[in-house]
Design a protein around this ligand. Structure first.
Ligand SMILES: Cc1cc2nc3c(=O)[nH]c(=O)nc-3n(C[C@H](O)[C@H](O)[C@H](O)COP(=O)(O)OP(=O)(O)OC[C@H]3O[C@@H](n4cnc5c(N)ncnc54)[C@H](O)[C@@H]3O)c2cc1C
Ligand code: FES
Length: 404
């Protein structure tokens, strides 16, 4: 019986193999441009696209909103909370930078579709300064989108989100608020937004317009850390403030902390440490707390960082296909930054160790991987792969990266 079954299997397999060989022989050598699956995939994930800047406006005295319209085609489908990745040449550096989309998804489906980002320039930053100086209406820029998991997921999240934001971390919530106000996202949103002074509030007018359009669904609480002219909440965004407004608007209760709203945090790393502590003290379960940081923490804030390395520099031998370059790298900057400074393209997206786009192979030498941003798979750790955005050289290195 077994032999008969085996022979039947072999017969079947050889027939299938023959059929496949015939299909391959008769098939087109180029992908069918009319393939509906391919068309859908291109629609959702078109890869790099060209966009034209069609509007620039102030979002606060120290932040600017840039509107982008597609040169050809469309704005890919995205959800509030996701980000776009820009591919830039700034001076001698070749860079990528992520920006959360501050416009609403429905605005990307209008007859004249667009998406917007809001960039903060409260101090001198490399890329925001470059945008201010170089990006005018009519400029073309290369970008890819959408990326990121900082979004409302009905199977996972409560239908009331308490969004906690600092600085430019408000932008994903601005997108959510607009989508809710337009009736396209059926959730409630309470935003607790920390700024230093009221003049630092980013997207303040747009948040207020959305709140007025849906006053039962959107609540905005501003908290100023250093503003004598402010009549509302003052100080940092503390556990007490979060509890107060999460109870008032989102039904959060100390007696049942696991079944309240979902908490979403977006902001600078220093604020994340405080909010993370608050969440633990409030008993919010991990599945109800989502977070996105807008920057890497300074090395002095990274647990275990070898501070005796600060000020040192190393050589990195970079293998890319047939190319081999030797570049300089500061010990207190991630390997990705050394590559960018040397104009060697590396595809960074989240810059937080999570997405894996900057996955790099370590061939020789030693690195320090930030435990705060170590998103490597177990097998990658075993085999010497690391994420260049969150690893620092502690000796001369030899690495291998893909050509992009
Ligand atoms: C998912 C995500 C969403 C974000 N959303 C927003 C948003 O909505 N709005 C917003 O304003 N920001 C947002 N950010 C932050 C944004 O991507 C930029 O980091 C921010 O605008 C600061 O710009 P910068 O990185 O050039 O700043 P800098 O602090 O000036 O530079 C960052 C690093 O670049 C390195 N560097 C310095 N000089 C050079 C050089 N010549 N070549 C190469 N590297 C150099 C340094 O190591 C420095 O630490 C987001 C970030 C992420 C990850
Ligand atoms: S850019 Fe996402 S892991 Fe490095």
């Amino acid at each position: 019986m077994k032999v008969k079954g085996f022979l039947k299997d072999v017969g079947g397999a050889s027939r299938v193999t023959k059929m496949r060989q015939e299909l391959i022989a008769n098939g087109s050598p180029v992908p069918d441009p009319k393939d509906p699956i391919r068309e859908l995939a291109d629609l959702l994930h078109p890869g790099k696209q060209q966009f034209t800047v069609t509007e620039i406006r102030k979002a606060s005295p120290t932040s600017t909103t840039y509107r982008f319209s597609p040169v050809n085609g469309h704005v890919p489908v995205f959800q509030s909370g996701q980000y776009v990745n820009f591919y830039l040449t700034v001076g001698d550096s070749v860079l990528t930078r992520a920006y959360s989309i501050s416009s609403a998804p429905y605005e990307a489906r209008l007859a004249e579709p667009f998406f917007e980002v809001t960039i903060r320039h409260n101090v001198h930053y490399l890329v925001p300064d470059w945008f201010l100086e170089n990006v005018k209406v009519g400029a073309e820029i290369t970008a890819a989108m959408p990326f990121g998991q900082f979004l409302y997921e009905p199977l996972r999240d409560s239908d009331h989100i308490v969004g906690i934001a600092g600085g430019s971390g408000i932008t994903p919530f601005a997108s959510m608020a607009k989508e809710i106000a337009h009736g396209k996202l059926d959730i409630d949103l309470t935003v607790i937004y920390g700024s230093v002074r009221h003049t630092d509030i980013v997207c303040g007018d747009e948040l207020e317009a959305a709140r007025k359009a849906a006053p039962d669904k959107i609540h905005i609480i501003h908290v100023m850390s250093d503003d004598d002219d402010w009549d509302g909440e003052k100080g940092f965004v503390t556990k007490e403030i979060i509890e107060k407004y999460a109870s008032k608007y989102a039904g959060w209760s100390k007696d049942d902390p696991a079944n309240g709203p979902s908490f979403f945090f977006c902001g600078p790393p220093a604020m994340f440490f405080l909010i993370d502590k608050n969440m633990k003290e409030m008993g919010v379960p991990m599945k109800r707390f989502r977070h996105d940081a807008t920057a890497q923490p300074a090395v002095k804030l990274i647990p275990g960082f070898p501070m005796d390395q600060v000020g040192k520099s190393y050589k990195i031998t970079v293998m890319r296909g047939i190319h081999e370059d030797v570049i300089d790298a500061a010990a207190d900057e991630p390997v990705a930054v050394a590559l960018e400074r040397a104009a060697i393209p590396i595809d960074t997206h989240c810059r937080g160790g999570e997405c894996g786009y900057c996955r790099t192979q370590l061939l020789e030498g030693d690195i320090f991987v930030s435990p705060l941003n170590d998103g490597r798979r177990a097998m990658d750790k075993e085999l010497g792969w690391f994420h260049a955005c969150s690893a620092y050289p502690t000796s001369d290195l030899k690495i291998k990266i893909p050509i992009i």
